[in-house]
Ligand binder design. Structure first.
Ligand code: AMP
Ligand code: ZN
Length: 469
């Protein structure tokens, strides 16, 4: 497999440190709001990456952090008049629901920043001891960027300007140098009750140190892949390298840095601050599904900017309908035929499957992979119309669709997730049964059936299953 490494700016052969095993860290969401689909472009690219690695036979350990303490989460919780924990819990839950709706495979671990303060403190102590950090008058700790030899290499920065001992604007007077960044922020009024004790006084961690502490703890001092959107390259990932290597002395902290391009709207990055964003919830309200959104997000190469439009969502829908129709035709022809070895597949199945795999192994070239998929659809439809497809060949073609979908995750409609109303009805039915009100329980079961849900009673209680047509 080949991947583009931001560090070298080259496409490189992928070789993990440990044979067969990939350790990968993904910068996760700041849980102060619903993530927008620009954020999900990054999580989608990471999902495609892990799926392709797994399809190539690697075991993957992916760690995605949840940033549940920073300026935005603190501001939000104070405005809402609830604790930081209660405030972020809501958005953590919404985030996991959204991942499911997009059919994004769960990471192996989702560590939260607030559960790793001691690890961050240890790291900062190491940086202080090594001379990479200093304490300012107010008790904040800063990283002394000029002490780290390789600073700027990831972002390919010319550090001449930053290395100058320039005194900067009023609010940065605590820093020795403009490029220095906070590892620990001394408590101030705006932090309210959000505060931890440290050897340097009360305060809270800076954002960058979170990712160094959590990645080292869960993946080790040196690991294979670190991902994010291109806006993470500088300063976040540059700072992570300086912190991690500065504290451990272990180089390289990360072997392959991978970053996705922006989801843009009319040429501007989709972002909360510009207000040009859509959440998944907005799109569901307009009648689109997670599957439509997922298709749009993987239709462009991950390093290219992707322009979001509703026309693209409509296009996704018709493209997927074509695949569904093709699968239906294949299923009719295949009947109960078993899937025999790949050798039994006709050329119109083997060639696109090979092209698909080659495209994905070439730095996750999803547009070419989708072209291979639609070559299969077009050639298969032609063969079906000519009546020249045996049951075994149709079964082989269905298997090819499943193989492609292990990576794309978009061809098979994912199982629907019960909405709040269905869950409320299920709960009401359980209560009716507990009260031995069988008529009411039956009425609710029928109401659920009418809205597409079957109730299955089992040892762990009642569950909802989508009704099969
Ligand atoms: P944030 O919550 O801003 O830290 O962003 C979370 C992730 O989403 C990061 O990996 C960002 O790089 C990524 N991201 C934010 N906006 C966009 C966008 N418009 N397109 C692609 N990725 C984005
Ligand atoms: Zn991070």
């Amino acid at each position: 497999m080949k991947v583009f490494n931001t560090y070298s700016r080259q496409v490189e052969d992928f070789q993990p440190i440990e044979a067969g095993q990939v350790r990968m860290y993904t910068c996760g969401p700041t849980v102060y709001n619903y993530a927008h689909i620009g954020n999900f472009r990054a999580y989608m690219f990471e999902d495609i990456l892990r799926r392709q690695l797994r399809a190539e036979g690697y075991a993957v350990k992916q760690v995605m952090n949840l940033t549940d303490v920073d300026d935005k989460t603190i501001r939000g919780s104070r405005a809402a008049g609830v604790s930081l924990q209660a405030f972020t819990a809501r958005f953590k839950q919404a985030f996991f629901e959204d991942l499911k709706r997009l059919n994004i495979e769960p990471a192996e671990l989702y560590p939260a920043a607030t559960d790793h303060i001691p690890e961050m403190i240890v790291l900062i102590e190491k940086l202080l001891a090594a001379g990479h950090a200093y304490r300012s008058e107010d008790g904040s700790i800063y990283y002394r960027v000029k002490t780290f030899e390789g600073y700027g290499r990831l972002a390919h920065l010319d550090m001449g300007g930053l290395k100058a001992e320039a005194r900067v604007s009023q609010d940065e007077y605590d820093k020795e140098n403009v490029g220095d960044f906070a590892l620990w922020k001394a408590w101030d009024d705006a932090d309210g009750e959000v505060v931890w004790d440290s050897p340097w006084g009360r305060g809270r961690p800076g954002w960058h140190i979170e990712c160094s502490a959590m990645s080292i703890k869960h993946l080790g001092e040196s690991f294979d892949i670190h991902t994010g959107g291109i806006d993470n390259i500088f300063p976040h990932h540059e700072n992570e390298i300086a912190q991690s290597e500065g504290a451990t002395g272990c180089h390289p902290f990360v072997r392959y840095w991978m970053h996705c391009g922006y989801l843009v709207v009319d040429g501007s990055k989709m972002s909360k601050s510009l207000g040009n964003f859509h959440t998944l919830r907005d799109l569901f309200e307009r009648g689109y599904t997670g599957r439509d959104v997922r298709y749009v997000l993987l239709s462009a190469h991950y390093r290219q900017a992707l322009n979001f439009t509703f026309a693209a969502l409509d296009g996704a829908r018709s493209a997927l309908a074509r695949v569904d129709e093709f699968r239906g035709r294949l299923a009719e022809t295949a009947g109960a035929a078993p899937v025999t070895g790949a050798g039994a597949a006709p050329a119109w199945v083997r060639a696109p499957l090979a092209a698909f795999r080659a495209a994905m192994n070439e730095d996750l070239n999803t547009p070419e992979a989708l072209a291979a998929l639609f070559a299969l659809v077009a050639d298969g439809n032609r063969a079906l119309s000519q009546g020249g497809v045996s049951a075994g060949e149709a079964a082989a073609a269905l298997q090819a669709l499943r193989d492609m979908d292990r990576v794309l995750g978009v061809l098979e409609a994912p199982e629907p997730v019960p909405d709040a109303e269905a869950l409320r009805l299920l709960d009401a039915r359980t209560q009716a049964r507990a009260a031995r009100n069988w008529a009411e329980a039956d009425r609710i079961r029928n109401a659920l059936a009418a809205s597409g849900w079957d109730v299955r009673d089992g040892p762990e209680g009642a569950k909802l299953k989508p009704r099969r047509a």
